[in-house]
Design a protein. Structure first.
Length: 304
């Protein structure tokens, strides 16, 4: 386990050590989140690296990552805890068969921690060897408002109430990262308990550094062409522009095809790596992709 960073520069070094290229604004709010013990609320488009922040923080600090993947219909049984009903029934039957089934004593036994199934929220509040875990609440906007309201108790006091056992409170609060793709607005009451940061698409310079770190096999020319091409796509009116994850995937795919540079045919054949909607692919299939590539190569040649 590593100690928490003692400065913004140390936070930048921690992220960089895990090949996450962050700007100073992100490092600042992440440092303050850890220093103040406040959850960090990250908004941004899908694929810009929000979830990755929690992963690299976990690796960099040597702490366990606990991930709550949100979805529509997520309830307490899936997110917090539930009882192992099958094991409880076996215990009850065994007690009845042995003649030791005494009302209150049996109830206390079957509703003990032995039969409690801990889900991510409860796991995040438990003590862990090596320090408090990194607790990732991923894509919160996919849940409903009722579950969002339930999180208020957890984020306010880092505790949860199990009726049969009482209140369970974290001895050391976890490092909480909340992400949302902004498919709906999150209530202000929850946001007020967090520090906030908008994770935007990176500049061309920063994205080039990301590709160099994540796909070191790519030549300088290939990396430059990939980044410049993706940067131009993000200026188009597409249903879903490619994120950083798609940039990395595309560079990796081109390496697998033994490409040292991009050509129009390769772009056409690999658009499905960059774009995930047929309308977007179709828009680039009628010569638009070749035109973009021509502009990219011209601009890169002029810059040399």
């Amino acid at each position: 386990m590593s100690e928490l960073p003692h400065s913004i520069d140390a936070t930048l070094d921690l992220l960089s050590g895990q090949d996450y290229v962050a700007d100073r604004a992100l490092a600042t709010v992440l440092y303050l989140s850890m220093k103040m013990g406040r959850p960090l609320f990250l908004e941004g488009e899908a694929g810009v690296g929000k979830t990755e922040i929690a992963k690299v923080l976990s690796k960099g600090l040597g702490r366990r990552l606990i991930r709550l993947q949100c979805y529509e219909g997520l309830d307490i049984a899936s997110a917090v805890y539930e009882w192992n009903h099958a094991a409880q029934m076996i215990a009850i039957r065994a007690a009845e068969a042995s003649g030791t089934a005494a009302g209150d004593q049996l109830e206390d036994n079957v509703f003990s921690e032995r039969y409690l199934i801990r889900r991510p929220v409860l796991e995040a509040l438990e003590p862990h060897e090596g320090g408090a875990p990194v607790f990732l609440i991923d894509e919160l906007d996919r849940t409903d408002e009722a579950f969002e309201a339930f999180l208020l108790e957890i984020l306010s006091d880092f505790q949860v109430t199990v009726p049969e056992l009482g209140t369970i409170k974290a001895a050391e609060p976890p490092l909480v990262i909340i992400t949302t793709n902004r498919t709906r607005e999150i209530h202000d009451a929850l946001k007020r308990r967090c520090l906030y940061h908008w994770v935007d698409y990176p500049s061309a310079e920063r994205e080039l550094e990301i590709v160099a770190r994540r796909v070191p096999q790519a030549s300088e020319q290939l990396s430059a062409e990939v980044v410049a091409f993706v940067q131009r796509l993000r200026k188009m009116d597409l249903f879903k522009v490619p994120g950083v994850a798609e940039t990395i995937d595309w560079a990796t795919a081109l390496i697998e095809l033994d490409k040292m540079a991009i050509d129009p045919e390769t772009v056409s054949d690999t658009l499905g790596v960059l774009l995930k909607y047929q309308d977007d692919i179709q828009r680039l299939s009628d010569g638009a992709a070749a035109e973009i590539l021509t502009d990219v190569k011209r601009d890169l040649a002029a810059a040399e």
